[in-house]
Design a protein around this ligand. Structure first.
Ligand SMILES: Cc1ncc(COP(=O)(O)O)c(C=O)c1O
Length: 429
């Protein structure tokens, strides 16, 4: 079938013609045929250098031989058992030993589950219901997470509203929001609600916004003081910003961390990892009558094939030089794209950290919170993304650029050359 025919079929059968919120405009719509290394190919045979990487999981690129071989072997040993299995145990050890907060772990399947259940554990442990989150952070699609994720316009702290239809408004009472990086506001809210707050949840690199020095230290100090569970959503940053994730990179240890993407090796897998006493809320041996007993369980938890892929991925990432390479590529992209902005008099900033970046068209001197991201020129970002896709560089328009250890210097050269052309011919006009 041709790509056009497949796209028509997708339109006929899928809601909105796509798989979820991610969608491409008709001019660059495509159907992936297969991927290898840093590239994938659409059904018509066009090659793309992939800077989306399945939204992060493919940190080794597509079909990495170590992952493929490990998965092939596991498939021959069986698919899923619900019972304990070797790959899940080995992956658990890797993550718990790598995570600065790691004492115990529970596997789930998606990042959305991981954050939702981390919050459930915090509520069970503390006996409190309220959560403080940071405006504009993305913690997936649970009812709680979809309060204050995409407010338009920003502001109105600490009140949150559902980000979409179908979400009970009752959550607005329990999910409070504060602006990222605002120490004074966070302090004010934590002090005001301290005896009602179960958790403070934060994306340590919020989208592409770097934390200001002292912000996490303050959260840590206040949550410890009031017995509130500090949750780092490391679904993007885990094993990407550093072997020990954002906790290691920023030097602050939360009580719980949610993992996904990178630990999955490209198969559905995610986890909650952290303090043994808090994690013990979901200990199935605890009597149902125990007031702290929470339930987190699922058919595919500890799915052996995903655990095998995740383990093979982490074994590759563990090799010397991984993070140096990711940061060298990322820092080069930041430096060169920001220089292009100056050259063509286009106000722009590259947010994020080495292995995960985002180009924002903004006059602001600094990107500090959701409000500053909200102010950035989305139309320009969209044009930038779509024009890169047209030229064979796959990115999510408006969203992040993900790097893999398999991207070559030549991939980066070619992408920067294309970015230069797009900035000069499509944005600077
Ligand atoms: C920081 C963060 N948390 C949670 C999630 C949700 O993960 P999933 O899409 O696997 O449910 C995402 C997804 O992009 C994310 O970026």
């Amino acid at each position: 079938m041709t790509q056009q025919e497949l796209l028509q079929k997708a339109d006929r059968y899928f809601v909105g013609g796509g798989l979820g919120e991610f969608r491409l405009p008709p001019e660059v719509a495509l159907v992936v045929s297969h991927g290898r290394g840093s590239k994938f190919y659409d059904v018509d045979g066009k090659e793309y250098i992939d800077f989306l990487l399945g939204s992060g999981p493919m940190i080794l690129g597509h079909c990495h031989p170590a992952v493929v071989e490990a998965v092939q072997q596991q498939i021959l040993r069986g698919t899923t058992f619900l019972a304990l299995n070797e790959p899940a145990i080995h992956l658990a050890e890797k993550i718990v030993e790598a995570a600065p907060c790691g004492e115990k772990i529970r596997f789930v399947c998606t990042g959305s589950e991981a954050t939702a259940y981390a919050l459930r554990m915090a509520r069970a442990f503390t006996g409190r219901d309220r959560i403080l989150r940071f405006e504009g952070g993305w913690h997936g699609v649970s009812d709680a997470a979809l309060h204050g994720a995409r407010p338009s316009p920003p502001g109105g702290y600490p009140v949150t509203r559902p980000d979409g239809a179908g979400i009970p408004k009752a959550w607005s009472r329990d999910v409070l929001a504060s602006p990222f990086n605002d120490v004074a506001q966070a302090r004010h809210l934590i002090e005001m609600y301290h005896d009602e707050l179960a958790a403070v949840i934060v994306e340590p690199l919020q989208r592409c916004i770097r934390p200001r020095p002292g912000f996490f230290e303050t959260l840590r100090e206040l949550t410890t003081r009031y017995g509130i569970i500090l949750v780092f959503d490391e679904v993007v940053t885990g094993f990407r910003l550093a072997w020990g994730g954002a906790q290691e990179r920023y030097g602050v240890v939360p009580d719980l961390a949610a993992y996904g993407k990178t630990i999955s090796g490209g198969y559905p897998n995610a986890a909650i990892c952290g303090r043994a006493d808090v994690m013990d809320t979901v200990n199935a041996w605890r009597p149902a009558a125990n007031p702290q007993r929470a339930i987190v369980s699922g058919t595919f938890n500890g799915y052996p094939i995903a655990a095998t892929a995740g383990l093979a991925t982490l074994r590759e990432l563990e090799k010397p030089g991984t993070y140096e390479r990711l940061y060298a590529m990322g820092n080069r992209i930041i430096r060169e794209i920001e220089a292009m902005g100056k050259e063509f008099s286009i106000p722009l900033k590259v947010g994020g950290e080495g292995p995960v970046l985002q180009v924002l068209f903004t006059e602001d001197a600094d990107i500090v919170n959701y409000e500053s991201m909200f102010r950035a020129d989305k139309a320009k970002a969209y044009t930038f993304g779509v024009e890169l896709i047209k030229r064979g560089f796959f990115v999510s328009p408006y969203e992040k650029i993900y790097l893999s250890v398999i991207h070559s210097d030549e991939d980066i050269d070619r992408m920067l050359e294309a970015a230069r052309e797009v900035l000069r011919t499509e944005i600077a006009r």
